[in-house]
Design a protein around this ligand. Structure first.
Ligand code: ATP
Ligand code: MG
Length: 314
């Protein structure tokens, strides 16, 4: 399968009078790691439950790993293609790590040879092979989470949904899980990651979406930051001269340059492309550059602004 892994249009879920997810349209490409952000109660888990066909949708359509959500004939095919780490993982505490994976693989209908091979590979990847026969009850939270992730992967799904895989883990265990995610990314699997951890989203996700019942925005973390900071280049000079200001204005257009003390604030459309030219222009006009930076907004600022204002950036 190539191309689109998720194509959702107007996906909506109502619980009685409460609209939990409103008109979400979303596309995920194969191999993409997508971060789904939003405050408590935003509808992230509900969206994942609809996309994995655990609950029915109220409205809209979704094609997930080539299967149509809500179409009974596609149900089994979908189960084989996707993996899910749910919000509240239930492992069999008295069974061993091996048995937990084996049981789940059997439920997925894997043949015994493939099953044994996959279970061993996953337990080794998760660094749990030596502990494979110990009851899961004796494991730390981080180790249990790794078993749960392995369980979601035992049937080799092409699309993986992870609902807050690092929640409630200490920094070291969270790092362990993130490394597993980066490994999956290297294997070119498509990952849909619900998270509250913006730093994590920034580090592992190609794109993120911010949800608050409605999908407020979608884009690469850097793109969202740039959109929000209005793309301003800040140049600090030894001294700002009239000549330098005029030269920069001639280059980027008048009305785009503002002087503030020894700094020039310049509106740019494409910083990567324009900054070198701006630097050259300043130097040619006799200016001496001390520092050239991009006025930046962190993903956290983007997130907080959006979920509070609920306004889309231009
Ligand atoms: N089975 C249900 N019946 C009624 N309401 C529900 C049900 N499941 C979820 N909701 C409601 O839907 C809304 C979205 O919940 P959801 O669990 O999807 O949020 P979330 O973004 O995953 O939040 P969190 O970050 O806390 O996990 C909430 O208002 C919740 O109370
Ligand atoms: Mg949730």
């Amino acid at each position: 399968m190539s191309g689109s892994m998720i194509h959702a249009e107007g996906l909506t879920k109502r619980f009685g009078t409460l609209t939990a997810v409103d008109q979400v349209s979303l596309d995920l490409e194969e191999g993409e790691v997508f971060g789904f952000l939003g405050p408590n109660g935003a509808g992230k888990t509900t969206t994942v439950r609809m996309l994995t066909s655990l609950i029915s949708k109220t409205n809209g359509t979704a094609l997930v790993a080539g299967c149509e959500i809500g179409r009974e004939a596609d149900e089994l095919k979908l189960r084989g293609r996707i993996g899910l780490l749910p919000e509240n993982v239930g492992l069999y505490e008295n069974s061993s790590a091996y048995q937990n994976l084996e049981y789940f693989g059997q439920l997925q209908g894997l043949d015994p040879v493939t099953l044994r091979r996959n279970v061993e590979r996953l337990l080794r990847t998760m660094d749990l092979w030596e502990k494979r026969d110990a009851p899961v009850a004796t494991f730390s939270k981080g180790m249990k989470q790794k078993v749960a992730i392995a369980r979601a992967l035992v049937h080799d799904p092409i699309l993986i949904f992870l609902d807050e895989p690092t929640a409630n883990l200490d920094p070291e265990a969270a790092k362990m899980v993130r490394e597993v995610l980066l490994g999956l990314k290297k294997e070119k699997r498509t990952i849909f990651l619900n998270t509250h951890n913006l730093d994590e989203a920034q580090r592992v996700c190609d794109r993120v979406g911010i949800l608050r019942t409605r999908l407020l925005t979608v884009g690469a973390p850097r793109e969202l930051e740039a959109r929000m900071s209005g793309n301003r280049t800040v140049v600090r000079l030894d001294r700002v001269s009239e000549q330098v200001v005029r030269a920069v204005e001639a280059r980027v257009g008048s009305g785009r340059v503002e002087v503030s003390g020894d700094q020039l604030l310049i509106d740019v459309e494409d910083a990567d492309r324009q900054n070198p030219a701006i630097a050259e222009t300043i130097v040619a006009a006799g200016g001496r550059i001390r520092q050239l930076t991009q006025l930046s907004t962190s993903l956290e600022e983007v997130y907080l602004k959006l979920i509070h204002e609920e306004a889309l950036p231009a």
